[in-house]
Design a protein around this ligand. Structure first.
Ligand code: ZN
Length: 311
């Protein structure tokens, strides 16, 4: 084994709705008591994570992508395609929606759109999230927004630890207070806020993007099943979409993967163990580079792993 795993220093974001669970739960050195996001594996300009692994120490993930594409199997997209985040919602996030690639390309300077999905790491009892809306036509949707009828418009659904939730572009959504998720998403930071509870951030209302949100929302709302993951199946497919696939590994003793992919993102979300002899534990995120070979996870841990789509 001559290839090394690529570990990164996460980028933390202080946000009006953020909390401090990432310190207590994951042992991270968070910057504030309102730390909402940890961009754990990110090449986005708003939070380009720096590599801490020996051979590439000090290089950002975007630099690695631009200059060492062989680490990523010479994957043919102009930017690193994925982003892995932890989100700690002490309070409700804004009610929001993301564009797809086509809309973002035209209206957001060539940005990617945002398909995202959540694995619920932990949540308070009786927690919920917002997914989808109740309008049957564009006229009805626009009217309900203009009249401020958010309570009627949105769909709120209960969530539990271990649930997996897909948020396709155009889906109205919000993570509510008390919920912590691992998010796998396209490498994009485009969010259209529909409603932000009229709360202040640094003394100001955060900007809303009502017109763009109305443009991109899918009507009627897509059926978004919340899927309760298993704790027993060694390898569980959570999603295989146009942009990425996400799997959950329940490592009790050993889980082996062929790993015949250009590269792989790995997050340890529970427990501790080893990957091919290297110690890993809860809170670690890394990239398995191209050519690393088959993987053997041992120990007692839960892993969320993602791979880019075949181009
Ligand atoms: Zn979102």
């Amino acid at each position: 084994m001559d290839k090394e795993l690529l570990f990164f220093k996460p980028v933390f974001k202080t946000l009006v709705w953020g909390g401090n669970k990432m310190r207590d739960e994951f042992g991270y050195d968070i910057p504030s008591e309102n730390t909402g996001e940890c961009w754990a594996i990110s090449a986005h300009k708003n939070g380009d994570a720096v590599c801490v692994s020996n051979g590439y120490k000090g290089m950002t993930l975007s630099e690695l992508w631009d200059t060492k594409r062989e680490l990523f199997g010479n994957y043919g997209s102009d930017r690193f395609p994925l982003l892995t985040k932890i989100i700690d919602a002490a309070d409700d996030l804004s009610i929001q929606v993301h564009p797809d690639d086509e809309y973002a390309k035209v209206h957001e300077n060539g940005s990617y759109g945002k398909e995202e999905c959540w694995y619920v790491l932990d949540c308070d009892k009786d927690s919920s999230v917002i997914i989808g809306h109740n309008a049957n036509s564009k006229e009805e949707f626009d009217r309900m927004i203009d009249e401020g009828r958010f309570e009627e418009l949105i769909r709120e659904v209960p969530v539990h630890k271990g649930d997996f939730i897909r948020i396709a572009p155009g889906t109205i959504h919000s993570i509510k207070g008390g919920v912590m998720v691992l998010e796998t998403q396209q490498n994009s930071d485009i969010t259209y806020r529909l409603y932000d509870y009229n709360r202040l951030s640094n003394g100001k209302l955060r900007e809303l993007h009502i017109d763009k949100a109305k443009d991109v929302v899918v009507i009627p709302t897509p059926e978004n099943a919340i899927y309760a993951t298993s704790a027993n199946r060694p390898v569980e497919t959570l999603i295989e979409c146009k942009y990425f696939s996400v799997y959950k590994l329940n490592v009790k003793e050993t889980v082996n993967l062929d790993n015949d992919v250009p590269f792989r993102l790995v997050s340890v979300v529970e427990g501790a163990g080893k990957i091919n002899g290297t110690d890993i534990k809860k809170g670690m995120h890394f990239i398995v580079p191209s050519g690393f070979g088959a993987l053997s996870f041992t120990g007692d841990m839960t892993i969320i792993t993602s791979v880019p789509a075949n181009l």
